[in-house]
Design a protein around this ligand. Structure first.
Ligand SMILES: Nc1ncnc2c1ncn2[C@@H]1O[C@H](COP(=O)(O)OP(=O)(O)OP(=O)(O)O)[C@@H](O)[C@H]1O
Ligand SMILES: [Mg+2]
Length: 590
């Protein structure tokens, strides 16, 4: 058994490390289950004695028997309650531990892997697979203990009458075969079913995330059509499993009926007339025959539990033991000094094969200041920021921080010192305060408020129903686009990193707030390296340097005024941008 477990259930075995801290609970569970089982096994013996006495007309010990039986009931119930208490305690603690590890590991996966696999992949593994695999060992102990009890009962019958034992034995072999068929088919169906439910959940997550778009586009019909397609695939698989199970259950019940019949015929026509067995024994066997069938069910349950658990554990290990290519990789060289230089040296990058996004981008930033990035939509501006934030690795070329290859630097150091405000930033479904504290959990309330004052959002937060304790809904659903952006800016101010990347971080601001935030960026750039991509190009006039991108390449890099002279591409972009919104643009060229 041990050898088989090692070879056949490697994934399940790999989760055993999590059992260590909960060992005491598991042992107590097993002990009390064993006790409950042993007590349960005494019932048929006591009952058969009672019946023998009753059928023999001996009524004297009835009160004693009744008390004994009641005592047994109480003891068994007590042992079961305690065993179940430890079962719940241990399985829930394990569930929590494994789930936490899976969630943590998920956050270490490469973005490209996360996007490629989709939310359903991770949700199912964090939830259902974790739940299933965390109870495997406990369920197996439970089934194994039950098995021993059932075996004890069969031994009891065999001692009473070997022929009867043999008859049951033969029936059990048939049942065993049927159960084996049932469980084996179930596993294959389970694999398909899990894949289908993953897709269904991902679809449902999208419905919730896109609820505004669905309403706004009046798109309930096409969305429900897609949901129906995904959902029916799952329903088909579930249906075929249920039908198969029911059919097998029918056959199994018929076989059980046949065994019953043979036992009755055998006992009634042969054993009893020939005085080979007592009527009481036959009655007890008949009453407790469920235990015998329980033996088969127990065996099937162990196989079922292990097979399903192994499948769940394997799916958990898709995350826990993901190949290196799917996991964020950093070096361990510490960033010993403040970041002073950033260099892209001939950087190439593609999100998917054969679709280059950066084609040998090179630029260098020396010392504090504010650097603008300008280029048409899709030219690779956000991609440059994503590479700096280490969301992705370049396919070729180097990114150097203080002269060191960014991939050799410690991940914590890089992420502590380079922080993006993303074009598609996310606000969590929590209070304003907790959203801000994400950036610096140890910040004081005063520091948080100071950051919010600098980002010109403090007064609006104070005016919310619960001030800083107001819950703002998933992705800031209950605040305005401009408020969300200023909250994101406050978040990065609180983090106070050396390098700040603002990717369209002001696109939703009105002119008043835009002016104030632009002033803030200029102020920040005196002590920090501030990189800016802006929807409205006015700020470029105030940048120390503007880097111009075209088709994933840097075609020019100079201060605004110089570019206006020397770079026709930039001049065109700037003129078009500022002339369409002259009034909104604080820095529009006169
Ligand atoms: N996660 C992704 N997976 C695949 N392709 C992507 C991904 N993100 C961006 N792209 C593609 O990479 C190219 C560059 O995108 P990027 O977001 O860097 O452009 P951008 O200059 O920031 O554009 P915009 O001004 O519209 O924000 C685009 O063609 C885009 O479709
Ligand atoms: Mg972008």
């Amino acid at each position: 058994m041990r050898k088989m477990r090692e070879t056949k259930y490697p994934n399940l075995k790999s989760l055993n490390v999590f059992y260590k801290e909960h060992r005491a609970k598991v042992v107590l569970f097993a002990l009390f289950t064993l006790l409950a089982g042993a007590l349960a096994l005494t019932f048929p013996f006591v009952l058969s004695n009672i019946l023998i006495d009753l059928t023999g007309g001996n009524y004297d010990p009835m009160v004693r028997y009744a008390l004994m039986l009641f005592g047994l009931v109480v003891l068994t119930a007590g042992a079961v309650v305690i065993a179940e208490y430890y079962y719940s305690k241990a399985s829930n603690a394990l569930f929590l531990t494994i789930r936490r590890e899976v969630a943590y590991k998920t956050m270490s996966m490469r973005l490209s892997t996360v996007y490629e696999k989709g939310s359903g992949f991770f949700l199912e593994r964090m939830n259902e697979d974790t739940r299933e695999s965390s109870a495997v060992n406990l369920n197996t102990y439970r089934a194994a203990i039950k098995l021993v009890i059932n075996l004890g009962f069969i031994a009891y019958i065999t001692v009473l009458n070997p022929l009867l034992g043999l008859l049951f034995g033969a029936g059990l072999v048939v049942l065993l075969f049927l159960e084996y068929l049932r469980v084996s088919r179930q596993l294959e169906n389970m694999k398909r079913s899990k894949r289908a439910i993953e897709k269904l959940k991902a679809n449902e997550v999208e419905i919730l995330k896109g609820i505004k778009e669905i309403k706004g586009l009046n798109a309930k019909d096409p969305v429900i059509d897609k949901h129906t397609v995904v959902s029916s695939k799952y329903a088909d698989i579930k249906y075929s499993r249920e039908i198969f199970q029911k059919r097998m259950q029918g056959i199994i019940d018929i076989v059980k009926g046949a065994i019953d019949l043979m036992v009755i015929l055998f006992a009634g026509l042969y054993l009893l007339p020939n005085g080979m067995i007592e009527l009481a024994a036959v009655l007890i066997i008949y009453t407790y025959k469920g235990n015998i069938y329980g033996l088969i069910a127990g065996l099937a349950l162990i196989k079922d539990t292990y097979d399903n658990g192994e499948l769940a554990a394997k799916r958990i290990n898709d995350i826990m033991r993901a190949p290196d290519k799917d996991v964020d990789s950093f070096g361990n060289v510490p960033l010993s000094e403040d970041i002073d230089t950033i260099e892209f040296r001939n950087v190439f990058f593609e999100y998917s094969k054969e679709k280059p996004v950066l084609n040998g981008a090179s630029f260098r930033i020396d010392g504090n200041g504010i650097i603008g990035f300008v280029g048409k939509s899709g030219s690779g501006k956000s991609t440059i920021f994503s590479l700096l934030a280490r969301f992705y690795d370049p396919t070729d070329g180097k990114i150097l921080i203080n002269g060191a290859d960014i991939s050799t630097l410690s991940g914590d150091d890089v992420r502590r010192e380079i922080t993006p405000v993303l074009q598609d930033s996310y606000i969590f479904n929590d209070t304003v305060m907790n959203n801000l504290l994400l950036a610096r959990p140890d910040a004081s309330a005063d520091e948080v408020m100071e950051a919010c004052r600098s980002a010109w959002i403090h007064n609006e937060i104070e005016a919310m129903p619960d001030g800083y304790d107001t819950i703002i809904g998933e992705n800031g659903a209950t605040i305005s686009g401009g408020q969300k952006q200023r909250l994101e800016i406050a978040r990065i101010l609180l983090k106070d990193t050396k390098v700040m990347l603002f990717d369209e971080a002001t696109s939703a601001l009105d002119k008043n707030n835009l002016d104030k935030i632009n002033d803030l960026l200029i102020e920040l750039s005196k002590t920090k390296i501030v990189l800016v991509v802006a929807h409205r190009l006015g700020i470029m006039r105030r940048c120390d340097k503007v880097i111009v991108l075209e088709g994933g390449r840097i075609i020019a890099s100079a201060p605004h005024n110089e570019l206006m002279e020397s770079c026709e591409y930039y001049r065109e972009l700037f003129r078009k941008n500022t002339s369409t919104e002259p009034r909104l643009d604080p820095g529009a060229v006169p």
